[in-house]
Design a protein around this ligand. Structure first.
Ligand code: HEM
Length: 385
């Protein structure tokens, strides 16, 4: 069971958690208000955690206006819808290659065989770093996540300090790695995103080296977990709803709606952090300035005030105003890529495996984090039953 499912309560959309010192927000309208008002609700959560304060220049997710808007405009210049749309054939080719490499004709482990390597290779190739270095990124990123679990503002223990230090160290490895490649592109431009980032110019302004490196880092890290979770979750949702699976097989034009409903039903990022800049009244509670809020978008996505029968997986919801990609100025810049990868990979999976289903003898393993909803292992059977 997920914390946010246990914790949410329709009559209490906002509540204080004394154990962590954070405010939890579970309601959809309350989440919308926070995500739509960056003046009152800052993304600069690092300011409450001094140990995270270093080297955050260019960390888009943590920035507030006006600096956020300037950087976002610059990176959007490089990471355009066309850049993403042009990746479709390569995503399809990679998906087929990865599935060709699966040795066992009867089974698949979705995460290792496809959902993890696909987005990592795509983002590495897009940036222009060798996809074959992915064991390096994986090692750093895995260690980074292991050490950022279960953070508490109240229990600032030595162990927590050590964990944060280890996580920052991994980030440094990634930064050094990307930094070397960015230096190279300044001297030898290529047809890749890293070169575009180095050269991007808006109103005479360019990105600093730290901004290029940190943004590329965010992309690499985002490429590691998010689409992986999306694919796994979508397969799980369909597996649990055979009727829907059959409809999706028949009519592939329904795949985008299936993916949106999967993002609502199992939001890969369960919570987003914000800090209050002023005292504020929200959901019947008074929250003082400088407090950390956890905006549980996973819970907001099941708020009965917004979604009829919220605990039912129903891709025919129109509209589907889920918050899986966030909302407002920080709306996921990778959403078009994630949607494209999800659609292409699912389509090919359905083509290849007419009998795809979970293995009753080997249940899925979920990522052991209250903030993330996704599998780290999903064994599937592929041969006829
Ligand atoms: C922002 C979710 C895939 C890059 C966000 C936010 C969410 C999110 C909820 C908002 C954070 C906030 O408001 O604090 C997801 C999900 C994904 C996904 C569920 C996959 C299913 C990706 C991919 C990339 C990416 C593939 C890049 C390749 C980013 C970046 C931001 C962001 C750079 C920061 C935007 C800003 O602060 O202006 N994502 N993401 N995401 N995402 Fe994603």
């Amino acid at each position: 069971g997920h914390f946010w499912l246990r914790g949410r309560h329709p009559d209490q959309p906002v509540s204080f958690d004394a154990a962590t010192g954070m405010w939890n927000v579970f309601g959809h309208p309350e989440a919308l208000r926070i995500l739509g008002d960056p003046k009152t609700f800052s993304s600069d959560t690092g300011r409450l955690v001094p140990s995270l304060e270093t080297g955050r220049e260019g960390m888009l997710t943590q920035m507030d206006p006006p600096a956020h808007g300037k950087l976002r405009k610059l990176v959007s210049h490089a990471f355009t819808p066309k850049v993403v749309a042009d990746l479709e054939p390569r995503i399809a080719e990679l998906t087929r290659e990865l599935l060709d490499e699966v040795a066992d004709p009867d089974r698949l482990e979705l995460v290792t065989d496809l959902a993890y390597p696909l987005p990592v290779i795509v983002i590495a190739e897009l940036l222009g770093v060798p996809g074959s270095d992915r064991h390096l990124f994986k090692q750093w990123v895995d260690k980074m996540f292991e050490n950022t679990q279960q953070f508490s503002l109240v229990n600032e223990s030595e162990e927590q300090e050590r964990s944060v230090a280890v996580a920052m160290e991994q980030f440094k490895h990634l930064a050094d790695y990307i930094g070397e490649h960015a230096d190279d592109r300044r001297r030898h431009p290529r047809a890749d995103l890293l070169t575009k980032l180095v050269e991007a110019e808006v109103d005479g302004e360019r990105l600093t080296q730290a901004e290029v490196v940190n943004f590329a880092n965010i992309l690499l890290v985002a490429g590691h977990i998010t689409t992986t979770m999306l694919l796994g979750n979508t397969v799980l949702c369909l597996d649990a709803h055979p009727g829907q699976l059959a409809r999706t097989r028949e009519d592939r034009s329904t795949i985008p709606a299936v993916i949106e409903e999967s993002l609502r039903f199992f939001s890969p990022f369960a919570a987003l952090g914000r800090v209050t800049n002023t005292d504020v009244e929200l959901g019947g509670q008074r929250i003082p300035a400088d407090r950390l809020l956890m905006v549980w978008i996973a819970a907001a996505n099941r708020d009965p005030r917004e979604f009829a029968d919220p605990d039912v997986f129903d891709p025919s919801r129109v509209p589907n105003p889920h918050l899986g990609f966030g909302r407002g100025i920080h709306f996921c810049i990778g959403a078009p890529l994630a949607r494209l990868e999800g659609r292409v990979a699912l389509d090919i999976l359905l083509d290849r495996f007419p009998h795809l289903r979970t293995d009753p003898d080997e249940p899925p393993q979920f990522i052991p984090s209250p903030n993330m909803t996704g599998v780290r292992r999903l064994p599937l059977l592929t041969s006829g039953s």
